[in-house]
Design a protein around this ligand. Structure first.
Ligand code: PLP
Length: 412
């Protein structure tokens, strides 16, 4: 017989947690259980000092000399190389740039140029809306068409007209995680390129981009990577495709010799040709700080803890909130789950808002999804217990039905 789960049992698990000390490397406000690190990651303790040094010394004192002396110019490639180690790619295969949306647009245009003669971008209805908008625009500009189908039909729709299969690895709403090697293989079997959006998987699950057949990928820096609000994104392209890359937004910093001021674009070699304009230096400092933290931890240990936290949350909600109107939206199979758990609830918006008022911060996704992220670097098992306790009390007292939640805020 297994022992009942209670707060003391959760505390015992925390005492045995190999990652317990990593929590101290983050700012976690008192009285807050933060279950939204899948939207905006927490602030690493070392980041304010690094930003202050970049502002006061590199910018304030170094001025324009810092492009060279503080290595600002190399930051997109330097941080990209650190990320490459983390996502299972090689040196020179990842670069930091702009937002995920813009990176995706650039990659899709480049992929469609490579795949001349093929006319379809295939993706799933469940994909994040920015991916759908960006892919539609890239297809239109490239003279291709979009084929948007339910997830269950992806295999049937993978025909030899498909130039690109575009998938988000972990579904932002449900937390469903695709089988990357299987889907990449399926794309390759019909001659399509496999392009992956890693926004909800980088830092949530181990990634092996090259081994798992990713041709190209994008991911964002402000969720599990803890790079701060508006952190730049990253893009990945496997080396074998570099020579064929054509940046649809060619800019001076993707030129082979930016300071030659030539009138026509001559691409730099490798992924540097995908850079467009000046790097976002201060945001890169914050992102690099977040990425450096990841390089000190073992992703296999993080994954094990992430699975334990999500399993615990599901078990506690189903046991302690039975009859309160929650239904699980996230796959039960941990192999098919990212690092989040979503429950549907008819008054889900009110549930999330009432919880936030009590310091338990999750988020809400239209139309009825309460979404809870489990960032294993700074969450404890007792946090899971306390979050479920808060849900029991909020719904038990009817606080989620307060008329203040009748209108939705601009950010949910
Ligand atoms: C799966 C996915 N793709 C893309 C984006 C958009 O990223 P960005 O704001 O960096 O363009 C998000 C944002 O949350 C996302 O969840």
């Amino acid at each position: 017989m297994t022992a009942p789960i209670n707060r003391a049992a959760c505390a015992a698990r925390d005492a045995a947690d190999a990652l317990a000390a990593v929590r101290d490397r983050f700012v976690v406000p008192d009285g807050v259980v933060y279950l939204d690190g899948n939207s905006l990651g927490a602030l690493p303790q070392q980041t304010p000092g690094r930003i202050a040094a970049a502002v006061e010394q590199e910018w304030g004192q170094g001025l324009v000399r810092s492009w060279l002396d503080a290595h600002w110019m190399e930051a997109p490639a330097r941080v990209g190389d650190k990320l490459a180690r983390f996502v299972g790619a090689g040196e020179g295969e990842v670069v930091v740039a702009e937002s995920t949306s813009v990176c995706l647009f650039k990659l899709l245009c480049a992929a469609l140029t490579m795949q001349a003669g093929r006319s379809v971008v295939l993706t799933e209805e469940e994909n994040f809306h920015t991916d759908l908008y960006v892919a539609a625009a890239a297809a239109r500009i490239s003279g291709a068409t979009m084929r948007v189908v339910p997830r269950a039909r992806l295999h049937d729709e993978l025909t030899d007209e498909v130039a690109v299969l575009l998938l988000t690895h972990v579904d932002y709403r449900t937390g469903f995680m695709h089988d990357m090697p299987a889907m990449s293989d399926a794309a390759h079997a019909v001659g399509a390129l496999a392009v992956w959006d890693l926004c909800h998987s980088v830092g949530a699950a181990p990634l092996h981009l090259n081994a798992d057949g990713a041709d190209m990928a994008v991911g964002c820096g402000y969720k599990y990577l803890n790079g701060g609000p508006g952190a730049p994104a990253f893009l990945h392209v496997r080396t074998g495709l570099h020579d064929a890359l054509r940046n649809p937004v060619p800019g001076w910093l993707g030129h082979a010799e930016p300071f030659a001021f030539e009138q026509t674009f001559r691409p730099a070699s490798g992924l540097r040709s995908m850079v467009t304009g000046s790097p976002h230096v201060l945001q890169l400092v914050a992102l690099e700080s977040g990425v450096d933290l990841w390089l000190d931890v073992d992703m296999a240990v993080v994954r094990e803890k992430s699975v334990a936290l999500t399993e615990l949350f599901i078990a506690l909600i189903e046991e302690r909130c039975a009859g309160m109107g929650f239904s699980l939206l996230t796959p039960r199979d941990p192999a098919r789950r990212g690092s989040q758990v979503s429950f549907r609830h008819a008054d889900g918006y009110g549930v999330v808002r009432a919880l936030i008022e009590r310091g338990v911060i999750g988020d809400f996704r239209h139309p009825d999804t309460c979404r809870f992220g489990f960032a294993a670097l700074y969450l404890r098992h007792v946090d899971v217990w306390d979050a479920v306790q808060a849900i029991v009390e909020v719904v038990g007292a009817g606080a989620h039905l307060d008329k203040r939640w009748a209108e939705r805020a601009a950010v949910t």
